[in-house]
Design a protein around this ligand. Structure first.
Ligand SMILES: Cc1ncc(COP(=O)(O)O)c(C=O)c1O
Length: 432
């Protein structure tokens, strides 16, 4: 077995140009070349005789892949659906619920992924769906997150509460098991966004806690090609949930004999939702095989990420200097092996400007729009950042093709680029 790190990158990620220092796996994932080759093969075979593929083969293959995923997740595959990505899955749920717009409310948090928050905002603007946002300023203790969410749930008429497994920016783990229990306590449906989920976090809790809805991308941390995500739907909602976009399966419920539950209803609905390239979902078994045979299984993967992350944090802190800090709380529950955040050093020169960026969403987006493209195209060392709670937090990802030196090299370059952009900002606007 090839060791993780440089040799692993050379063997399984040889498509990545040598001058790229890839420390942003969390954003889009990176498909191992052998899985990507398999995707090309299945895509080509779909194009040989599409009538046969779409009409005869595709449902059968869908079920095979679903079974493999169910076994991996330890979840009954009848409760799983495959979709193209996390945003689609969130829309699937939000657009399927027959809202009582007069009375129902949705609760989500201020670190909810922007695209998902906007899906709720669309329903608010188009139809009047009411919502509240729990403000979470990191670092924060888990018990305080739970108390804050409970203070809303215990008072409002919340039909649904949406929260992340691992928030994206900054990358922090939420106390999701406790939040699922809290939702049950207050009779509120839980919608869990695992944009960063399977492959990063142990998902055994799904079977035990049976949330209402949970989605996770497969292309980020599970080595499956883009575009692929799963949606877990509690059996009590199989009739309610619809595909997004609404498609042929819309009226399947009506055909159901209400006396006889159809255990395959979710499969019957989701195996086809229009003609797209279904290739990525056909690579789930191949990706799981890669993780077992080429990586040695999930334990080994987690162990490598955990050890490398410790070194990476030290190297980034050293490079950023004494004014930088790791985003962590007193119980060390925020960090997950795979992503961590370090603050850009808030020295006296930059303090007011950084606080301004954290206070003004417009200023922050403008600044980000100038700075991040430089990292992507000029330096080729890209780590995204977020202005949050008076700091600029830079997120680094850690995965199997990384080595410790990536973090020293990337941190130095990222620090220089941000510094350069901050200096330009100070020149333009002398008030900071
Ligand atoms: C927390 C979280 N949720 C949802 C998503 C949406 O994923 P997608 O772009 O695949 O729709 C992301 C993507 O980065 C994410 O980080």
């Amino acid at each position: 077995m090839v060791e993780f790190g440089s040799d692993f990158r050379a063997k399984y990620f040889s498509q990545v140009p040598k001058d790229i220092v890839p420390v942003n796996h969390g954003a889009f994932g990176l498909t191992p070349s052998l899985v990507q080759d398999y995707l090309n093969k299945v895509t080509n075979s779909q194009e040989k005789y599409p009538d046969e593929f779409y009409l005869i083969e595709s449902k059968k293959i869908y079920i095979e892949q679903l079974k493999a995923l169910g076994e991996f997740l330890n979840v009954d595959y009848h409760n799983l659906a495959l979709l193209v990505n996390g945003s689609t899955a969130i829309n699937c749920v939000l657009r399927s619920i027959p809202w009582d717009f007069e009375n129902d409310k949705v609760l989500f948090t201020s670190v909810t992924y922007g695209a998902c928050a906007k899906s709720v905002k669309f329903l608010h603007e188009a139809h009047g769906l009411q919502y509240d946002i729990v403000d979470l300023q990191y670092p924060i203790e888990d018990k305080d997150v739970i108390a804050k969410v409970e203070s809303y749930l215990s008072q409002g008429n919340y039909r649904l509460c949406m929260f992340d497994l691992v928030a994206s920016m900054p990358a922090v783990k939420l106390p999701y098991e406790e939040l699922i229990k809290l939702c049950k306590k207050y009779n509120t449906w839980s919608l869990i966004d695992g944009g960063h989920g399977v492959g990063l976090v142990d998902m055994n809790f799904i079977q035990d806690l049976e949330p209402d809805f949970l989605t996770s991308n497969l292309y980020k941390w599970l080595s499956v090609p883009k575009s692929c995500a799963f949606l877990y739907v509690n059996p009590k909602h199989h009739k309610l949930i619809q595909t997004f976009p609404i498609s042929w399966s819309y009226d399947l419920n009506a055909k159901e004999n209400s006396q006889v539950e159809n255990p395959n209803l979710l499969i019957d609905k989701f195996w086809y939702f229009g003609t797209v390239n279904y290739g990525a979902r056909l690579c789930i078994k191949k990706a799981l095989e890669f993780r077992q045979e080429c990586c040695g299984g999930e334990e080994k993967i987690r162990e490598y990420r955990t050890n490398l992350q410790k070194q990476a944090i030290d190297l980034v802190l050293k490079e950023f200097g004494p004014d930088a800090k790791l985003l962590q709380n007193s119980t060390n529950s925020l960090e997950i092996p795979g992503m961590f955040n370090v603050s850009f050093p808030k020295t006296a020169k930059y303090a007011d400007l950084i606080e301004h960026l954290a206070d003004s969403y417009f200023a922050y987006r403008t600044f980000k729009g100038k700075c991040e493209p430089l990292m992507v195209t000029e330096t080729k060392k890209f780590a995204p950042f977020v202005a949050h709670n008076k700091e600029l937090w830079v997120r680094f990802s850690v995965t199997l093709y990384n080595v410790a030196s990536d973090y020293a090299v990337a941190a130095k370059s990222v620090k220089e680029t941000i510094q350069k952009c901050l200096d330009e900002e100070l020149e333009v606007n002398a008030t900071y």
